[in-house]
Design a protein around this ligand. Sequence first.
Ligand code: ZN
Length: 138
Amino acid sequence: MKSYRKELWFDIQSRRELINITPAVNNCLRESGIKEGLCLVNAMHITASVFINDDESGLHHDFEVWLEKLAPEKPYSQYKHNGYEDNADAHLKRTIMGREVVVAVTEGKLDFGPWEQIFYGEFDGKRRKRLLVKIIGE
Ligand code: ZN
């Protein structure tokens, strides 16, 4: 069995951002040379998510509005976690959107359903953050 590991770094300028990382994960898959197996992609921070959904700007706006209803950023004082930090909402948003995805690798390709794309969801940016790509198989 082959095993491949890579960390991808992002310089996130804003507090919240969604990035389509499918091209980057495809590059990893090509680099790995693996044709049949599993591809795991996970955020390496507890205030960021990796998830699969549609690359459609209306939907991305809907995610932002929905997450702000569930875990509003402000007022910061509403959260016990916000003593030295102001990112309690980011921890909650990350938990809702998930930590990782696993995608089947078939005939050297990510075996997606219709419209599926992989996203990195940042909820406490303005700094360098990273995610992990791990691919195992033959
Ligand atoms: Zn925190």
